[in-house]
Design a binder for this molecule. Structure first.
Ligand SMILES: Nc1ncnc2c1ncn2[C@@H]1O[C@H](COP(=O)(O)OP(=O)(O)OP(=O)(O)O)[C@@H](O)[C@H]1O
Length: 252
Protein backbone atom coordinates (compact mmCIF):
# COMPACT_ATOMS: atom_id res chain seq x y z
CA UNK A 1 0.00 0.00 0.00
CA UNK A 2 1.22 3.52 -0.70
CA UNK A 3 1.48 5.97 2.13
CA UNK A 4 0.40 8.91 0.00
CA UNK A 5 -3.18 7.83 -0.46
CA UNK A 6 -5.86 5.85 1.25
CA UNK A 7 -6.26 2.24 0.15
CA UNK A 8 -8.80 2.08 -2.57
CA UNK A 9 -9.75 0.19 -5.68
CA UNK A 10 -10.01 1.38 -9.24
CA UNK A 11 -13.68 1.93 -9.90
CA UNK A 12 -14.08 2.85 -13.54
CA UNK A 13 -17.78 3.01 -12.82
CA UNK A 14 -19.71 4.90 -15.44
CA UNK A 15 -21.26 8.16 -14.34
CA UNK A 16 -24.63 9.35 -15.63
CA UNK A 17 -24.33 11.16 -18.95
CA UNK A 18 -25.25 14.46 -17.29
CA UNK A 19 -22.01 14.33 -15.30
CA UNK A 20 -18.67 15.61 -16.62
CA UNK A 21 -17.19 13.42 -19.29
CA UNK A 22 -14.27 12.41 -17.09
CA UNK A 23 -13.65 12.70 -13.39
CA UNK A 24 -10.37 11.83 -11.75
CA UNK A 25 -10.78 11.56 -8.01
CA UNK A 26 -7.83 11.37 -5.66
CA UNK A 27 -5.82 9.75 -8.40
CA UNK A 28 -2.30 8.68 -7.57
CA UNK A 29 0.41 6.62 -9.18
CA UNK A 30 3.60 5.37 -7.64
CA UNK A 31 6.33 3.10 -8.88
CA UNK A 32 9.01 1.39 -6.81
CA UNK A 33 8.23 3.60 -3.84
CA UNK A 34 8.38 6.81 -5.83
CA UNK A 35 5.27 8.95 -6.02
CA UNK A 36 4.82 10.12 -9.58
CA UNK A 37 1.26 11.48 -9.50
CA UNK A 38 -0.51 12.51 -6.33
CA UNK A 39 -4.02 13.55 -5.28
CA UNK A 40 -5.22 14.39 -8.76
CA UNK A 41 -8.77 15.74 -8.74
CA UNK A 42 -9.83 16.77 -12.18
CA UNK A 43 -13.08 17.13 -14.03
CA UNK A 44 -13.32 17.45 -17.81
CA UNK A 45 -16.44 18.84 -19.47
CA UNK A 46 -18.20 16.91 -22.19
CA UNK A 47 -16.89 19.03 -25.06
CA UNK A 48 -13.64 20.80 -25.79
CA UNK A 49 -9.90 20.51 -26.22
CA UNK A 50 -7.79 20.12 -23.12
CA UNK A 51 -4.04 20.60 -23.36
CA UNK A 52 -1.92 19.26 -20.50
CA UNK A 53 1.19 21.36 -19.96
CA UNK A 54 4.13 21.04 -17.60
CA UNK A 55 7.90 20.57 -17.48
CA UNK A 56 9.59 17.31 -18.48
CA UNK A 57 8.74 14.54 -16.06
CA UNK A 58 5.74 16.36 -14.54
CA UNK A 59 3.52 13.34 -15.21
CA UNK A 60 1.60 14.48 -18.30
CA UNK A 61 1.86 11.19 -20.20
CA UNK A 62 1.19 9.19 -17.06
CA UNK A 63 -1.99 11.14 -16.45
CA UNK A 64 -3.25 10.45 -19.96
CA UNK A 65 -2.34 6.77 -19.79
CA UNK A 66 -4.18 6.39 -16.50
CA UNK A 67 -7.25 8.16 -17.89
CA UNK A 68 -7.15 6.03 -21.05
CA UNK A 69 -6.82 2.85 -19.01
CA UNK A 70 -3.35 1.82 -20.15
CA UNK A 71 -2.12 1.99 -16.55
CA UNK A 72 -3.79 1.12 -13.28
CA UNK A 73 -3.80 3.84 -10.62
CA UNK A 74 -2.18 3.14 -7.29
CA UNK A 75 -5.15 4.87 -5.72
CA UNK A 76 -8.17 6.94 -6.61
CA UNK A 77 -10.82 6.65 -9.25
CA UNK A 78 -11.15 7.21 -12.99
CA UNK A 79 -14.79 7.76 -13.81
CA UNK A 80 -16.00 8.07 -17.38
CA UNK A 81 -19.48 9.08 -18.44
CA UNK A 82 -21.30 6.78 -20.82
CA UNK A 83 -23.60 7.26 -23.77
CA UNK A 84 -27.29 7.53 -22.93
CA UNK A 85 -27.60 3.94 -24.13
CA UNK A 86 -25.10 2.91 -21.48
CA UNK A 87 -22.46 2.04 -24.06
CA UNK A 88 -18.93 3.02 -22.95
CA UNK A 89 -17.29 5.92 -24.75
CA UNK A 90 -15.00 5.00 -27.65
CA UNK A 91 -11.45 6.11 -26.98
CA UNK A 92 -8.38 6.32 -29.19
CA UNK A 93 -4.83 7.42 -28.49
CA UNK A 94 -2.13 8.83 -30.77
CA UNK A 95 1.42 8.62 -29.43
CA UNK A 96 4.52 10.73 -30.01
CA UNK A 97 6.07 7.78 -31.85
CA UNK A 98 3.32 6.02 -33.77
CA UNK A 99 2.92 2.32 -33.10
CA UNK A 100 2.42 0.65 -36.48
CA UNK A 101 1.61 -2.97 -37.25
CA UNK A 102 3.91 -4.86 -39.61
CA UNK A 103 1.37 -4.53 -42.42
CA UNK A 104 0.46 -2.11 -45.17
CA UNK A 105 -0.90 1.33 -44.34
CA UNK A 106 -4.35 0.19 -45.48
CA UNK A 107 -4.18 -3.02 -43.44
CA UNK A 108 -3.32 -1.03 -40.31
CA UNK A 109 -6.71 0.64 -40.68
CA UNK A 110 -8.75 -2.42 -41.67
CA UNK A 111 -7.21 -4.30 -38.73
CA UNK A 112 -8.35 -1.55 -36.33
CA UNK A 113 -11.84 -1.66 -37.87
CA UNK A 114 -11.96 -5.43 -37.48
CA UNK A 115 -10.94 -5.11 -33.84
CA UNK A 116 -13.78 -2.62 -33.39
CA UNK A 117 -16.24 -5.15 -34.86
CA UNK A 118 -16.95 -3.36 -38.13
CA UNK A 119 -18.25 -5.88 -40.75
CA UNK A 120 -15.51 -6.82 -43.23
CA UNK A 121 -17.49 -5.58 -46.25
CA UNK A 122 -17.31 -2.02 -44.91
CA UNK A 123 -13.69 -2.04 -43.76
CA UNK A 124 -11.84 -1.44 -47.01
CA UNK A 125 -14.04 1.47 -48.09
CA UNK A 126 -13.83 3.17 -44.70
CA UNK A 127 -10.06 2.67 -44.57
CA UNK A 128 -9.53 4.04 -48.07
CA UNK A 129 -11.68 7.07 -47.33
CA UNK A 130 -9.63 7.81 -44.20
CA UNK A 131 -6.34 7.42 -46.08
CA UNK A 132 -7.61 9.88 -48.68
CA UNK A 133 -8.79 12.24 -45.93
CA UNK A 134 -5.25 12.33 -44.53
CA UNK A 135 -3.47 12.55 -47.89
CA UNK A 136 -2.18 8.98 -47.77
CA UNK A 137 -4.16 7.30 -50.57
CA UNK A 138 -1.09 6.79 -52.75
CA UNK A 139 0.69 5.03 -49.87
CA UNK A 140 -2.09 2.56 -49.09
CA UNK A 141 -0.10 -0.55 -50.04
CA UNK A 142 3.23 0.54 -48.60
CA UNK A 143 4.40 -1.16 -45.40
CA UNK A 144 3.40 1.19 -42.60
CA UNK A 145 6.74 0.89 -40.84
CA UNK A 146 8.72 2.28 -43.79
CA UNK A 147 6.65 5.46 -43.93
CA UNK A 148 8.32 8.68 -42.81
CA UNK A 149 7.69 10.00 -39.32
CA UNK A 150 5.20 12.57 -40.59
CA UNK A 151 3.41 10.00 -42.75
CA UNK A 152 3.22 7.56 -39.86
CA UNK A 153 1.73 10.22 -37.64
CA UNK A 154 -0.92 10.98 -40.28
CA UNK A 155 -1.57 7.25 -40.56
CA UNK A 156 -2.01 7.07 -36.79
CA UNK A 157 -4.52 9.91 -37.04
CA UNK A 158 -6.31 8.17 -39.94
CA UNK A 159 -6.49 5.00 -37.84
CA UNK A 160 -8.04 6.98 -35.00
CA UNK A 161 -10.38 8.71 -37.48
CA UNK A 162 -11.94 5.47 -38.76
CA UNK A 163 -12.74 4.49 -35.19
CA UNK A 164 -14.86 7.66 -34.70
CA UNK A 165 -13.65 8.13 -31.13
CA UNK A 166 -15.72 9.97 -28.55
CA UNK A 167 -12.43 10.82 -26.86
CA UNK A 168 -9.07 11.25 -28.57
CA UNK A 169 -5.85 11.35 -26.54
CA UNK A 170 -2.74 12.73 -28.24
CA UNK A 171 0.60 12.47 -26.45
CA UNK A 172 2.99 15.09 -27.86
CA UNK A 173 1.79 14.32 -31.38
CA UNK A 174 3.92 16.94 -33.14
CA UNK A 175 7.32 16.73 -31.49
CA UNK A 176 9.90 15.85 -34.15
CA UNK A 177 7.62 16.86 -37.02
CA UNK A 178 8.40 19.51 -39.63
CA UNK A 179 6.11 22.57 -39.92
CA UNK A 180 3.94 21.04 -42.69
CA UNK A 181 3.37 17.83 -40.74
CA UNK A 182 2.72 19.84 -37.58
CA UNK A 183 0.09 21.81 -39.46
CA UNK A 184 -1.51 18.59 -40.71
CA UNK A 185 -1.77 17.26 -37.15
CA UNK A 186 -3.28 20.52 -35.87
CA UNK A 187 -5.78 20.53 -38.75
CA UNK A 188 -6.68 16.97 -37.77
CA UNK A 189 -7.22 18.01 -34.16
CA UNK A 190 -9.66 20.68 -35.38
CA UNK A 191 -11.40 18.11 -37.59
CA UNK A 192 -11.76 15.59 -34.76
CA UNK A 193 -13.10 18.34 -32.52
CA UNK A 194 -15.57 19.48 -35.21
CA UNK A 195 -16.94 15.98 -35.65
CA UNK A 196 -17.52 15.67 -31.90
CA UNK A 197 -14.42 14.01 -30.44
CA UNK A 198 -13.33 15.19 -27.01
CA UNK A 199 -9.64 16.12 -27.27
CA UNK A 200 -7.09 15.58 -24.48
CA UNK A 201 -3.48 16.16 -25.47
CA UNK A 202 -0.03 17.01 -24.19
CA UNK A 203 2.36 19.41 -25.83
CA UNK A 204 5.61 21.23 -25.17
CA UNK A 205 4.74 23.86 -27.75
CA UNK A 206 3.12 26.80 -25.99
CA UNK A 207 2.11 28.39 -29.29
CA UNK A 208 0.38 25.17 -30.23
CA UNK A 209 -1.41 25.12 -26.89
CA UNK A 210 -2.52 28.71 -27.52
CA UNK A 211 -3.83 27.71 -30.95
CA UNK A 212 -5.63 24.55 -29.89
CA UNK A 213 -6.63 24.61 -26.25
CA UNK A 214 -9.97 25.46 -24.73
CA UNK A 215 -8.63 24.67 -21.29
CA UNK A 216 -5.23 23.98 -19.78
CA UNK A 217 -4.24 21.48 -17.13
CA UNK A 218 -0.88 22.55 -15.71
CA UNK A 219 1.05 19.77 -13.98
CA UNK A 220 4.13 20.13 -11.85
CA UNK A 221 5.93 17.31 -10.05
CA UNK A 222 2.91 15.04 -10.19
CA UNK A 223 0.37 17.61 -8.98
CA UNK A 224 -2.29 19.54 -10.85
CA UNK A 225 -1.37 23.14 -10.17
CA UNK A 226 -3.97 24.82 -12.35
CA UNK A 227 -6.92 23.80 -14.49
CA UNK A 228 -8.26 26.91 -16.16
CA UNK A 229 -9.66 28.19 -19.45
CA UNK A 230 -6.76 28.64 -21.88
CA UNK A 231 -7.22 32.39 -22.25
CA UNK A 232 -7.03 32.81 -18.49
CA UNK A 233 -4.00 30.55 -18.17
CA UNK A 234 -1.98 32.42 -20.78
CA UNK A 235 -3.05 35.94 -19.81
CA UNK A 236 -3.28 35.70 -16.04
CA UNK A 237 -2.00 32.43 -14.58
CA UNK A 238 -2.97 32.28 -10.95
CA UNK A 239 0.14 30.57 -9.60
CA UNK A 240 3.79 31.52 -9.44
CA UNK A 241 4.68 28.10 -10.84
CA UNK A 242 2.57 28.64 -13.96
CA UNK A 243 4.00 32.13 -14.43
CA UNK A 244 7.50 30.68 -14.14
CA UNK A 245 6.67 27.96 -16.62
CA UNK A 246 5.28 30.39 -19.17
CA UNK A 247 8.29 32.68 -18.88
CA UNK A 248 10.66 29.75 -19.34
CA UNK A 249 12.11 29.87 -15.84
CA UNK A 250 10.70 26.54 -14.77
CA UNK A 251 12.88 23.84 -16.21
CA UNK A 252 11.99 20.16 -16.13
N1 LIG B 1 4.69 3.20 -16.81
C1 LIG B 1 5.49 3.82 -15.93
N2 LIG B 1 5.90 3.18 -14.82
C2 LIG B 1 6.70 3.80 -13.93
N3 LIG B 1 7.16 5.06 -14.05
C3 LIG B 1 6.78 5.75 -15.13
C4 LIG B 1 5.94 5.17 -16.13
N4 LIG B 1 5.74 6.09 -17.09
C5 LIG B 1 6.44 7.19 -16.72
N5 LIG B 1 7.05 6.99 -15.55
C6 LIG B 1 7.87 7.97 -14.81
O1 LIG B 1 6.96 8.98 -14.36
C7 LIG B 1 7.55 10.27 -14.44
C8 LIG B 1 6.66 11.17 -15.29
O2 LIG B 1 6.71 10.67 -16.62
P1 LIG B 1 5.81 11.24 -17.77
O3 LIG B 1 6.22 10.54 -19.03
O4 LIG B 1 4.40 11.20 -17.41
O5 LIG B 1 6.29 12.77 -17.81
P2 LIG B 1 5.91 13.89 -18.83
O6 LIG B 1 5.36 15.04 -18.05
O7 LIG B 1 5.04 13.36 -19.91
O8 LIG B 1 7.36 14.28 -19.35
P3 LIG B 1 7.93 14.67 -20.80
O9 LIG B 1 7.44 16.05 -21.05
O10 LIG B 1 9.40 14.61 -20.64
O11 LIG B 1 7.40 13.67 -21.78
C9 LIG B 1 8.94 10.06 -15.02
O12 LIG B 1 9.85 10.06 -13.93
C10 LIG B 1 8.87 8.69 -15.66
O13 LIG B 1 10.13 8.04 -15.63
Amino acid sequence: MNDFCHPTTLLPTASPASQPLLRLEGLGFSHQGQTLLQAIDLSLAARGRTVILGPNGAGKSLLMRLAHGLLTPSCGHVRWATHESGRPLRQAMVFQRPVMLRRSALANLTYALAARGVPWRQRRGLAQAALTRFGLASLADRPARVLSGGEQQRLALARAWVLEPDVLFLDEPTSALDPASLRAVEDAVHAFHAQGSRIVMTSHDLNQARRLADDIVFLYEGHVIEHTPAREFFHAPSTQLARGFLSGDLLG
